[in-house]
Write a protein that binds this ligand. Structure first.
Ligand SMILES: [Zn+2]
Length: 351
């Protein structure tokens, strides 16, 4: 009995001590930056609300806040500027909600469209018009955009074949011609058919809804070799972000750009659509060996209407086996990932 009481007492003490220790911040800076209040009581680094839908900017303009919002949509906030990477928010009732709609996106400075498939650009015209943002894309993407209700003066067409540099307040953007994913048809057909047999069947209304959204993207075959743009974003203090919204093979243009800059701080890269982890990991390794990021944040891994997500853990393991120091980060929709941008590869090299 006495032993029982003692156990109960020590359990109570453990609970009390446990409660008095403040829990670590859920949204801690993945670089564990020592300065500023990155992730420590800064609403701009703690709220799961996009800045473009009315959420808080980070308190320090040098803090970078990145939020993933499904597929390869990312919101990137820095120095009072809001950059949207891709624009596919109203995905339809077959998809889980992102927690906001395209109509909620009321402020943005720049929209960078990686390519023109519906799941990357379907809300670019409406969001561009509401926010007045500059919208950037390849010729095949902006051709499609120009058929939609948006002021052509907001549209910038880039080829990514070199010599293009877009300058904005506090950052610049270099478009680089990438290549769209081309997953092996024998693998995708087998998986697609199997999933079709077991996934819930879309209703007639859902098919109609999807077709309406489909009208706001392009299926032009030029998307593969001429229409997929990787964007290298360089902040005014040297911090570099690579955004690539399709899991295709690395191009000579990308190799040349990376030979020039060396490495990036953060890579926001699509998981390839090849279903088998052996294949998706192989492509992730190809991307990581090219961009050599400090931090890898994947995209395009949430499920289409068949319900099957693309697993990120096998990629993370393969990438870490290849490069133990790489930091891999995957968060829920809208959860912020904050960085102290003064701590970056270029600034460390200068020291
Ligand atoms: Zn695509």
């Amino acid at each position: 009995m006495r032993t029982g009481l003692r156990l109960l007492l020590s359990a109570l003490i453990a609970i009390v001590i446990g409660c008095s220790v403040s829990p670590p911040s859920r949204f801690a800076d993945p670089r564990f930056a020592p300065r500023g209040r990155v992730g420590g009581g800064d609403p701009g680094c703690e709220q799961a609300k996009l800045v473009s839908t009315g959420g808080a900017f980070p308190e320090n303009p040098r803090t970078l806040a990145i939020r993933w919002t499904g597929y390869t949509n990312f919101e990137v906030v820095y120095n009072g500027q809001i950059i949207l990477l891709d624009a596919h928010f109203d995905r339809g009732s077959m998809f889980p909600s992102l927690g906001f709609t395209a109509a909620d996106v009321k402020r943005a400075n720049v929209i960078l469209l990686g390519h023109g498939h519906l799941d990357h650009m379907s809300d670019a015209a409406s969001v561009g018009t509401r926010t007045g943002a500059i919208v950037v894309g390849a010729p095949v993407t902006t051709d499609k955009l120009k058929t939609q209700p948006i002021d052509p003066k907001q549209i910038r067409t880039v080829t990514g074949r070199g010599g293009e540099l877009l300058e904005f307040s506090g950052f610049k953007v270099e478009p680089i011609l990438g290549r769209h994913g081309e997953p092996p048809k024998d693998v995708t057909a087998a998986f697609d058919n199997a999933l079709k047999a077991v996934a819930p069947k879309p209703t007639a209304e859902q098919i109609a809804e999807r077709n309406e959204i489909r009208q706001r993207g392009t299926n032009d075959p030029r998307v593969v070799a001429e229409g997929t743009i990787a964007y290298l974003i360089t902040l005014d203090n040297g911090f570099r972000i690579m955004f690539r919204d399709s899991g295709g093979t690395v191009t000579d243009y990308e190799k040349a750009a990376m030979a020039r800059v060396g490495r990036v701080d953060v890579a926001l890269v699509a998981v390839s659509a090849s279903f088998l982890h052996t294949l998706t990991a192989q492509r992730a390794l190809e991307h990581m060996r090219t961009y050599k990021p400090d931090v890898y944040i994947p995209g395009h891994h949430d499920a289409p209407f068949n319900g099957l997500w693309r697993a990120t853990e096998p990629l993370f393991q393969a990438v870490k086996d290849d490069h133990p120091n790489i930091i891999t980060v995957s968060r829920a929709y809208r959860e912020p990932i904050c960085f102290d941008t003064e701590n970056n590869i270029q600034s460390r090299q200068r020291k």
